[in-house]
Design a protein around this ligand. Sequence first.
Ligand code: TYD
Length: 204
Amino acid sequence: MAGTFITFEGIDGAGKTTQIELFTARLTAEGRSVLRTREPGGDAIAEAIRSVVLDRSLQPMEALTEAYLYAASRAQHVRQVLLPALDAGKTVLCDRFLDSSLAYQGYGRMLGAERVLAINREAVGELEPDWTVMLLLDPSEARARMHTKKLDRIEAERLDFHQRVYEGFREIALKHPQRVFLADAALPVEKLSEMIYAAWKSRG
Ligand code: TYD
């Protein structure tokens, strides 16, 4: 794999999209060829799966169905988008990846991280992020930040669900300190962006 695979993770309302935009601009300024993409989604089929899995009118959805839909979208995205871009030497910035399934379906839906990992094994194959930025914020503060947004099926879940997702992300970060940069999303946008870039520059 010639390129570099960077993922952004974190709870809903932590400001992930803004930080990816700022980080993309910084890496592009370095002269890197950057591809920005997202999960669930990234190509027409994976985006179609996204619209099913986030549709609030499709109720009730089994936790297992949800886990398979995210994994199906990932199987498509890995093969159609991520691997070709990485093979071509690009720096790929992905808004969410496997850690989101472990946190949301494994912890949030309580399927268990092991089971969710097993469901995703074939979907991801050997692909692993080189570096991950994880944005964490107290779930009630994150919810308050989203008050004007039309919430999707996952965002609309109760606070205790988001609390479990938060704990899941924290455990993943503690388990992979080399790969994951844990960032405090309560910081002002510019400050946070600078810290992320400094961490990227100084990573071993
Ligand atoms: P996201 O793109 O971050 O939402 P938005 O467009 O509102 O910024 O993610 C969509 C939702 O999907 C988010 O609530 C997290 C959830 N999700 C999972 O539950 N499992 C997964 O594997 C992924 C990738 C996302």
